[in-house]
Design a binder for this molecule. Structure first.
Ligand code: ADP
Ligand code: ZN
Length: 526
């Protein structure tokens, strides 16, 4: 009979030691404290609630949004000798009642349950009559409207806990670490003085790069040549892209397979297996692929298109190099990717659970996130630092293992130009988009500029010697550094921030890394 966490780790899961953060989280739960674990994908969240579940008396309920994942986890647990079950809409009424009956008889140690089941009469009755020692909320960011994956059914969790005769210990886990989301989780789930443990988000063995090739497919072939015989994933934005890239790779002699929501269940399953067992070491897929897939020897992840936010990007890219070996995460950017994502945000399939007001908020947040993702593709700073800062993780300034750190950019003093840009926007009362500001600064005679009397501004034409491209990249940089802000509206306008006002009155040198290469710069469409 195993009685301590080390014993459970070894006997049931077959591991010799804990990974970073796991022990802390497990101890916290075992001490009866509410616990919030923030760990990147693949860090090993599951055993942080599964081990306490084995050690605690009574039953642990695990709330999870993903039906397919529940089934896999429950299968694995039962194989490991931990009696478990899941309760969700994939069960028939009969199966569901039977599972509940067994649960009542105390046959299970861990029960996975979909959030929408929690407050049904049948489930509530069971929960009130059983000894529930812990409730563990997986993918806890789904509770937050600011998360990339808000699920209103997660709001039922709080209601459910209130309805229980006694309050179990609550643990929550997520890979999303932004401050807002973290606070929402604590607040909405009403965690009591939670012990919050964040394990480092950095994956030092991953090399990050952004490339802007004129032909993406040729670039893919180049990358594959550098990874001959290795396994990797190529993420595309659309099913059509998946089909195209996969076909071309097969014609070019690569063993590639495909995965997207338009394929039959059987084909998806077969292709996934072919990839996992290295029969087709290259997987071309939409973002439907990857959840719950545990393949350690993925040595590259290529993004054929820019994803819609940095959360998704880091999660998908993070499927590379789980074995700790060096791996490449390469994003192939084109301005069109921004437009595609904008279209998806405005017209893409709505989350049907959302009311109109919430849906508006979510859209606004999605636009904001897209902007942050887009800046990732434009920043000259360390890419790793950019990602880690976004996830509130401290990081060194210069990782030496990303395309920006490896490139020799020229450091240029932009203090004067920045002041000119800021005063132009300021004197135009922050009413215009980037294009109009650029035209004004360059002294354009365009009808629109004359009609708006912008040629009357003292800043008209003061940057006439700079190219539109250069001005645009400096403005992007100023937005990135929060000297300028862009409104989230149909016709985005650019404004100055407090920081910019301070900057105007200070003796502060501002520098920016500039490359003299040809690239496209379609960030905004203003
Ligand atoms: P997450 O939910 O954080 O994405 P998982 O819980 O699915 O990650 O774990 C990812 C992988 O790491 C799984 O294969 C799991 O078995 C493995 N793992 C977890 N903890 C350990 C450990 N202490 N030692 C070795 N492997 C571990
Ligand atoms: Zn770097």
């Amino acid at each position: 009979m195993v009685k301590d966490k080390y014993g459970v780790l070894k006997e049931y899961f077959g591991y010799e030691q804990f990974r970073m953060g796991q022990e802390e989280l497990i101890d916290s739960i075992l001490q009866g404290k509410d616990t919030l674990g923030i760990m990147p994908t693949g860090a090993g969240k599951s055993i942080c609630f599964q081990i306490p579940a084995v050690l605690l008396e009574g039953i642990t309920l695990v709330i999870s949004p993903l039906i397919s994942l529940m089934k896999d986890q429950v299968t694995t647990l039962n194989q490991a000798g931990i009696p478990s079950a899941f309760l969700n809409s994939s069960l028939s009424n009969r199966q569901y009642s039977l599972a509940l009956r067994y649960a009542k008889e105390g046959r299970y140690k861990i029960i996975y349950v979909a959030p929408e089941r929690l407050t049904t009469a049948q489930f509530l009755k069971f929960a009130s009559e059983s000894k529930i020692s812990m409730i563990s909320v997986d993918e806890a960011h789904c509770v937050s409207q600011w998360g990339q994956d808000f699920r209103p059914s997660y709001l039922k969790i709080k209601e459910f806990i209130h309805l229980l005769p006694s309050r179990p210990v609550i643990s929550a886990f997520t890979a999303t670490a932004t401050e807002e989301v973290r606070e929402d989780i604590i607040h909405i789930l009403q965690l009591k003085k939670p012990n919050v443990t964040t394990t480092g988000f950095d994956r030092p063995n991953l090399f990050f790069a952004v490339r802007k090739p004129s032909n993406k497919y040729t670039e893919v072939l180049k990358i594959l040549k550098a990874h001959l015989g290795e396994s990797g994933v190529i993420y595309c934005a659309t099913r059509k892209n998946v089909e195209e890239v996969c076909n071309n790779l097969n014609l070019d002699g690569y063993k590639a397979t495909r995965y997207h929501a338009g394929l039959s269940d059987q084909e998806r399953k077969d292709n996934q297996e072919a990839f996992v067992y290295d029969n087709s070491p290259i997987m071309v897929a939409t973002n439907a692929f990857g959840m719950g897939i545990d393949k350690s020897n993925v040595s590259f992840v290529i993004h054929y298109n820019m994803p819609k936010n940095l959360e998704s990007y880091y999660q998908e890219a993070g499927r590379a190099g789980r074995d700790g070996e060096p791996a490449d995460c390469i994003l192939l950017y084109h301005g069109q990717d921004v437009i595609t994502n904008q279209f998806l945000i405005e017209h893409g399939s709505q989350n049907e659970e959302l009311d109109e007001e919430t849906s508006k908020l979510v859209k606004e947040k999605d636009r904001e996130r897209l902007k942050i993702m887009t800046y990732y593709c434009h920043t000259r700073d360390c890419l790793r630092e950019y990602i880690l800062n976004y996830f509130d993780d401290k990081s060194e300034n210069h990782c030496g293992n990303c395309s920006n750190c490896m490139n020799n950019f020229e450091e240029m003093d932009i203090t004067e130009i920045a002041k000119k840009i800021i005063s132009c926007i300021y004197s135009a009362h922050s009413r215009f988009g980037i294009k109009v500001i650029i035209d004004t600064l360059r002294g354009s005679k365009a009808k629109k500029i004359l009609r708006l009397h912008l040629d009357q501004l003292p800043t008209y034409g003061i940057c006439a010697s700079l190219t539109e491209k250069k001005l645009r990249s400096i403005i992007n940089f100023l937005v990135l550094k929060q000297y300028l802000s862009i409104t989230n509206s149909e016709f985005p306008t650019v404004g100055v921030t407090e920081k910019a006002i301070d900057f105007m009155n200070e003796e502060h040198i501002l520098t920016m890394k500039i490359v003299e290469e040809v690239e496209d710069s379609t960030v905004e469409q203003s």
